[in-house]
Write a protein that binds this ligand. Structure first.
Ligand code: GDP
Ligand code: MG
Length: 370
């Protein structure tokens, strides 16, 4: 059943908690400020104190925010979103950097030292590919747990001199659980002790059968260090994307996921968002988790201001009131009032959840003592 604490009820009415307690006392109920009462009692109290009560269910506040269906005729092709995973030190960061550098038009190269959580490159076939840098497998899992499916393809990096290791296996399991296809990139083939054949054989134990072993998993030998076969990798990604037939409706209010967010000294909260459906525009009102804002500026991965960003495009958003969290889903809403209502509602839910957890922790402690 729905419940609320006396304090929270008083807050929402902008009344003093002691007046609420006094009123309940008159009705023969003794309560302290942190006591929980049920929604019906709360409603009686509120009405008694002259307030109109609107009981809002979760479904009302969040209604229509995400995942409203599109019709097929509105769907157009969108770039694939790719995550690079693999064991520590097998070359994930080196590969991400090498791909980005190889793709940046010279002359702009000075601008790429800044770290950003996602970028887009052009494959040899002329199509765009979006790479996101999820900081590790934990982030990937956390995003999935929140219902955010951000990745279409996982590039599994395995160092040819080290072979399949624990986090390689973890990555395989993540991709499988998320129903995301793998492309195997056997890295560090420049090393004298590289044994790509061994990697292929080891992968068989985990039911990853690459093409040269008679399977269907795409594979490529690369060297992030010497920038070998990076184009081949991009080609394979483009090929896999074609098979997946990825589409989105670009002509609707934007939806997406926060890839990372931080508080910038000069610019305030900065959130990198992956747009997943629709088109985000400067001036749009966005909600992400418990934060909201009006988009003041959109910056692409080169730091260039853009008026809008469509499906699979990663952009930095300026204009949030506070800093959202990585993994928060982002939605565009029609008014500031609605944005505020959603953000405040989620804030309350978060507080209630923390309060509930505190309660159960005390319970388990007393259990332990008895
Ligand atoms: P991550 O932990 O998976 O992100 O791995 P890093 O990208 O940080 O790379 C770990 C180490 O391997 C670094 O010292 C890199 O310079 C090195 N490394 C990465 N790719 C290659 C490669 O293709 N060849 C060689 N020889 N070294 C590489
Ligand atoms: Mg790294």
């Amino acid at each position: 059943p729905e419940t609320i604490t006396i304090q929270e009820l008083a807050n929402r009415m902008s009344e003093r908690a002691v007046d609420v307690i006094r009123l309940l006392m008159k009705q023969g109920e003794m309560h302290k400020i942190n006591d929980v009462i049920d929604a019906d009692t709360a409603q009686l109290v509120a009405e008694e104190m002259g307030h109109t009560v609107k009981r809002v269910a979760e479904s009302d506040v969040e209604e229509g925010l995400f995942d409203t269906p599109d019709i097929d005729a509105d769907l157009t092709a969108r770039p694939p979103v790719v995550t690079i995973m693999g064991h520590v030190d097998h070359g994930k960061t080196s590969l991400l950097d090498a791909i980005r550098q190889a793709n940046v038009v010279s002359g702009e190269a000075g601008g790429i030292t800044q770290h950003i959580g996602a970028y887009q490159v052009t494959a040899p076939n002329g199509h765009a590919i979006t790479f996101i840098d999820t900081p590790g497998h934990a982030a990937f899992t956390a995003m999935r747990a929140r219902g955010a499916k951000v990745t279409d393809i996982v590039v599994l990096v395995v160092a040819a001199d080290d072979g399949v290791m624990p986090q390689t296996i973890e990555a395989i399991n993540h991709a499988r659980a998320a129903h995301v296809p793998l492309i195997v990139a056997i890295n560090k083939i420049d090393k004298p002790d590289a044994k790509p054949e061994r990697v292929r054989t080891e992968l068989l134990q985990y039911e990853v059968q690459v093409e040269t072993m008679g399977g269907e998993t795409l594979e490529v030998e690369v060297s992030a260090k010497q920038k070998t076969n990076l184009d081949k990798l991009l080609e394979l990604i483009a090929l896999q994307a074609e098979v997946l037939d990825l589409k989105a409706n670009a002509e609707r209010a934007a939806e997406g996921t926060v890839i990372e967010a931080r508080l910038d000294r000069g610019r305030g909260p900065v959130a990198t968002m992956l747009v997943q459906r629709g088109t985000l525009r400067v001036g749009d009102i966005v909600v992400a988790g418990t934060q909201w804002g009006r988009v003041r500026a959109l910056l692409d991965d080169q730091g260039v201001a853009r008026p809008e960003a469509g499906p699979s495009f990663p952009v930095e958003i300026l204009g949030f009131s506070g800093t959202p969290e990585a993994g928060d889903r982002v939605a565009v809403v029609e008014s500031e009032a609605r944005a505020r209502e959603i953000a405040e509602y989620r804030e309350r839910m978060k507080r209630d959840k923390i309060a509930a957890r505190g309660g159960s922790a005390r319970g388990s402690l007393s259990d332990m003592m008895s």
